[in-house]
Design a protein around this ligand. Structure first.
Ligand SMILES: NC(=O)C1=CN([C@@H]2O[C@H](COP(=O)(O)OP(=O)(O)OC[C@H]3O[C@@H](n4cnc5c(N)ncnc54)[C@H](OP(=O)(O)O)[C@@H]3O)[C@@H](O)[C@H]2O)C=CC1
Ligand SMILES: O=C(O)[C@@H]1CCC=N1
Length: 278
């Protein structure tokens, strides 16, 4: 890919994406610039680990950049867009990974015509195993979206969705790894409590999660059918599922996704109100 990308933000999500992109070799590390405002040690750490080009925000020359990836916290959007405004050129594509912030808010700070693409990756980007959503903004052409998709393919599976579906996508996939880690913490704890050593219990839980996910992705069989295939009448799984149903495990997972989606919606409302005042 013949382009230079710049991350504005050098936090955990930027790092996960950088790790995946560098592994994919779609871009060489010198085509990746990483920038932040204050933590210069962090930039050096990323340079040391991935070979990328660290540039503090004040020294960043956007003339050599094609794609700008907004990777700071949603609360910083207003300030960042005000800083960016004067340096943006027609050829720049903005890609936002910010939870909750709609493309319309970002576009409001920009001249009409500037392409903005919204994406929602997750931290499994590190292993090129993210589920990443992509939504187009008002001025994006198919070519902008395809070019962003090509880049995002390097961090895992991509899903083109209408922007209205971003809240629930964020609730399921952006935040989802945390719910699954929470389940794995509990699998590890119960294993340890019952005599397994902690490391072994951790591996057993993770391998079980991985195997089940692969069964869903690599067979044509539905999760419902796969669950039934494990469940012998009056067997161990029936007893386990009975406890899960009594404790409303499935509903708890749905409620987690619903609550995260709601927070995404709240971030959007706040960002729209802020942008209106600008
Ligand atoms: N973590 C996750 O799993 C996911 C996160 N996201 C989204 O990714 C974004 C980043 O999240 P995360 O990596 O966890 O956050 P972090 O807090 O880890 O990182 C935020 C980064 O932004 C930098 N920053 C702050 N202000 C500016 C600025 N004005 N210009 C340039 N850089 C700036 C910070 O560095 P400094 O203070 O030195 O400037 C820091 O490097 C969020 O918007 C989040 O919604 C999306 C999907 C998943
Ligand atoms: O917790 C958050 O707000 C970010 C967005 C999705 C995952 N982490």
């Amino acid at each position: 890919m013949d382009q230079t990308i710049a991350f504005l933000g050098a936090g955990s999500m930027a790092e996960a994406m950088i790790a995946g992109i560098v592994q994919s070799k779609k871009l060489s590390p010198h085509q990746i610039i990483v920038s932040n405002r204050s933590n210069h040690n962090r930039l050096q750490e990323l340079k040391y680990t991935y070979g990328i080009r660290p540039v503090p925000r004040n020294n960043l020359d956007l003339n050599e950049v094609d794609t700008i990836i907004l990777a700071m916290k949603p609360k910083d959007i207003e300030r960042v867009m005000e800083e960016l405004q004067q340096d943006l050129k027609d050829h720049h594509t903005l890609v936002s990974i910010l939870a909750g912030i709609p493309t319309s808010v970002i576009e409001q700070y920009l001249p009409a015509g500037q392409p903005v693409v919204r994406v929602m990756p997750n931290t499994s980007s590190t292993l090129q195993a993210s589920a990443t959503a992509i939504s187009s903004g008002t001025y994006t052409t198919t070519s902008h979206v395809e070019s962003v998709r090509y880049l995002m393919d390097s961090i895992g599976a991509t899903f083109l969705i209408p922007e209205e579906q971003m809240d629930i996508f964020t609730g399921i996939a952006g935040s989802g790894p945390a719910y699954l880690y929470h389940l794995m913490e509990h699998m590890e704890l119960i294993g340890e409590e019952q005599g397994l050593d902690r490391e072994t219990a951790r591996e057993i839980g993770a391998q079980t999660m991985l195997g089940a996910a692969r069964m869903v992705l690599e067979s044509d069989v539905s999760p419902t059918q796969l669950r039934e295939n494990v469940t012998s009448p009056n067997g161990t799984t029936a007893a386990g599922l009975d406890a899960l149903y009594r404790h409303r495990g499935g509903e708890a997972m749905a409620e987690a996704a619903r609550s995260a989606a709601k927070r995404s919606e709240q971030l959007r409302t706040k960002a729209i109100q802020q942008a209106v005042r600008v």
